[in-house]
Design a protein around this ligand. Structure first.
Ligand SMILES: [Zn+2]
Length: 295
């Protein structure tokens, strides 16, 4: 089934090799209890040699992470045969978000989303083939296209309970009442109004929309999308993690330039920046200095 969704076997074959390498890399680093800095140094040493195939893999991995937004020849893409279904799903998800509003869409579950789509012609019912595509993407092992993070949702229909979250009106985002809210409030007390909540709780529909929009802008490239956005079902925004930024810094809050802000430096000094995706992480994800790890 998944072969129908993804691109040719040639790409899949290459991908298996990369996945095996990444698993070895992840296991060796985790198994030795290696800290990120030590891991980075090991990378630096490895990049000096050109004869070892493992060195080549590490160099290749580091290059891809550094150039996370650039396509690579062995990236996994949506199969051309189902591209029209992929495209119509992306368009429908965007219409659904416009209908329910950006705020509420953050916590919309699949069943609720499907009900809205059925009821309002401006969105239109999700046809069977679009649901199949979403289901396949959700249950697929994302490691096959390069994302090695943990699964955070077990089921496609998992919902965020409204009572568990609070809408932060001034920020336009939700936070979990336990842990996340307390942490964000503490940060605000220490840092002041200059820190903003750039992204809070995200349910499965929001993650689908973000991930598929990114892939769509890049010709259906799932590997490229997964280097900067967790695939649906793998985002810790469903469990309490959130993103912060500096007021007035706009889209630059989601770039490495965030590390030059006062907010970032104060958060580091105060010890609040426990990052989910550190520099040179071995999860197949770009460095995300703005993403605060809660759990
Ligand atoms: Zn994040």
């Amino acid at each position: 089934m998944i072969k129908k969704l993804l691109s040719s076997g040639r790409f899949l074959e290459k991908q298996v090799k990369r996945r095996d390498f990444l698993k070895i890399l992840a296991l060796s680093a985790l198994g030795s209890g290696m800290a990120s800095e030590a891991f980075a140094k090991k990378f630096a040493v490895y990049t000096g040699s050109i004869s070892d195939p493992i060195d080549d893999h590490i160099r290749d991995y580091l290059y891809k992470m550094k150039n996370f937004d650039s396509p690579n020849r062995d990236d996994i893409r949506i199969n051309r045969e189902v591209y029209h279904t992929f495209k119509s799903t992306v368009k429908r998800l965007n219409r659904l978000q416009s209908l329910v509003g950006h705020g509420r869409f953050h916590i919309l579950g699949l069943d609720e989303g499907l009900r809205f789509a059925r009821k309002y012609p401006v969105v239109g019912k999700f046809p069977r083939e679009e649901l199949d595509l979403m289901e396949e993407l959700f249950y697929k092992d994302a490691a096959e296209y390069g994302f090695l993070g943990e699964k955070t949702l077990s089921g496609l229909t998992d919902r965020i309970k409204k009572g568990d979250v609070i809408y932060m009106r001034s920020q336009g985002n939700y936070l979990y009442r336990e842990h996340s809210l307390e942490t964000f409030n503490k940060i605000r007390q220490q840092v002041g109004e200059s820190v903003t909540l750039t992204s809070g709780v995200r349910g499965v529909m929001k993650q689908f929309l973000l991930f598929l929009n990114k892939a769509y802008k890049n010709q259906g490239n799932l590997s490229l999308a997964s280097r900067s956005l967790a695939p649906p079902g793998y985002s810790f925004h469903a469990n309490g993690d959130f993103d912060v930024g500096q007021a007035g810094f706009g889209a630059l809050n989601f770039t490495d330039r965030f590390t030059s802000t006062d907010v970032y430096n104060i958060l580091c000094d105060l010890g609040y920046l426990r990052l989910r995706y550190e520099l040179n992480n071995r999860l197949g994800v770009r460095f995300e200095p703005w993403h605060i790890r809660i759990t």
